[in-house]
Design a binder for this molecule. Sequence first.
Ligand code: PMP
Length: 421
Amino acid sequence: MSALPHDAAWRARAAKVIPGGMYGHQATTLLPDGFPQFFARAEGARLWDVDGRMFIDMMCGYGPNLFGYGCQKIDAAFQKQLYAGDCMTGPSAIMVELAEALTAMVTHADWAMFCKNGTDATTMAATVARAHTGKRKLLVARGAYHGAAPWCTPRPAGVLPEDRAHVLSFVYNDVNDLARAFTEAGDDVAGLFAAPFKHDAFQDQADVDPAYARACRAACNATGALLIVDDVRAGFRLARDCSWARVGVQPDLSAWGKAIANGHPISALLGAERARDAAASIYVTGSFWFAAAPMAAALATLRMIRETDYLERLETLGGRLRDGIAAQAARHGVPVRQTGPVQMPQILLGDDPDFRKGFHWARVALDHGLYVHPWHNMFLNAAMTDADIDAALAATDAAFAAVAKNGASLPPVPQLRGLFA
Ligand code: PMP
C-alpha cells in the first residue's frame, strides 16, 4: 500500500463499515498499489484524489463522462430541473421529450423506458424478450459483461444454478458457435444479447464482424427471438445511433446507460415496434426511475451529441494517443497491443501473461498524473484537449521507460490470480 495518508485513513474506516472495504468494480484491490480508492473532485478531463493528487482520467467514471466532468451546459439543465422538481409523485413531462429524442436518434427504436443502471436496462431487456416470445433461453457471448444481477454477474457467490439455468453462452464473432448455441437451445430462445464490439476485461478487444452481426439478426428472425444490443458501455461513443447501425444491423432492443446523461443517474431500454406490447405488459419500476433532473441532463447531453463534433474529436484525440503510444512502445522496445475503437482503447502489454508489466506501466503512469487501467478498456471524453493527450503521452513515455528498465524483475500480481484465462 502506498503511504498516502488520507486515502489510507479512509480505507481503514471503510474496512469497518463497508463489506470488503469496497465492492464491485470500485474495489481498487484489483488495481496496482498506489491507486487511490477515494476521490475528492472531478472537472473536465481531470480527477483529484483525497490526497490532492491530480490525474488526467482515462476511465471517465467507467464511461459516463462523455463531455467532461461537470459539463456546464448539462449540469445547468440538471440543476434547473432539480430546483423545479426532481423526485415527485410522478414523472415530469420531460420524460416524454426524452423518449422522443432517443427514438428520433436511434434508428431501430420506437419506444423508450427509463431506469437507473445498465443492469436495470439489460435485465428489463431479458424480461421483455421472455414476455414477447413466451420462451426461456438467453444467449450471451462468453465473457461478455451485461451487469451484476444474478442472471449475469461474473462472480458465483450467492448465485443459484437456477438463476443461470436458461443462460447459454457462445463465442463472440463466431457464426458457427452461434448456430450451435441456437441448436442447443432448441425452440426456446427468448433473446440474444450482443455486445456492440468485444469489450471484455483482461483481453484484447475485437470489432464486430459484420457477417456475425448479420447472422445474429438472421437467427433471431428465424426463431422469433429478440436481438438485444447492450450499448450500456459503448453507447454514443461509436455512433450517434445504436452502435450496430455502423454495421447496418438493427436490433429489436437496445440497453443504454453510462454516457446518456454525462454521469447523471439514468439508463434506458429502447425498443422496436414489434416488442412494444411485451414491454407494456411487464411490471418494472423503481423509486428513483422517474427522477426528472437526470432526464433533463440526458436531454441536454443528447442535444450536444447531435449538435457538436464530439465524436469526430474523440476519434482524432484517440488516434493521436494510439499513434503516440505505438511510437513510444517501439522506441522503448516494449511490445504493446492496442485494440478496439481509439476512443475506447484497451492497452495491454505484450509478453505479459499475468499483467505484471501492465501493472507497473499503469502505476508509473499514475505517478506521472495519468489514471490508466491495466486490464479494462478505457474511455476518452470530449473535454480532453490536444494538450491533455500530450500530457498523457508524457506519462506513458515514462511508464514504457520503466517497463523497459524493470520488466524482467517485476513481482507477480497475486490479486489477479484466477480472474483471467
Ligand atoms: N452492460 C455493459 C456492456 C456494461 O459495460 C455495464 C457496466 N459496466 C453494464 C451492462 C451494467 O451497467 P451498470 O453497472 O450501470 O449496472
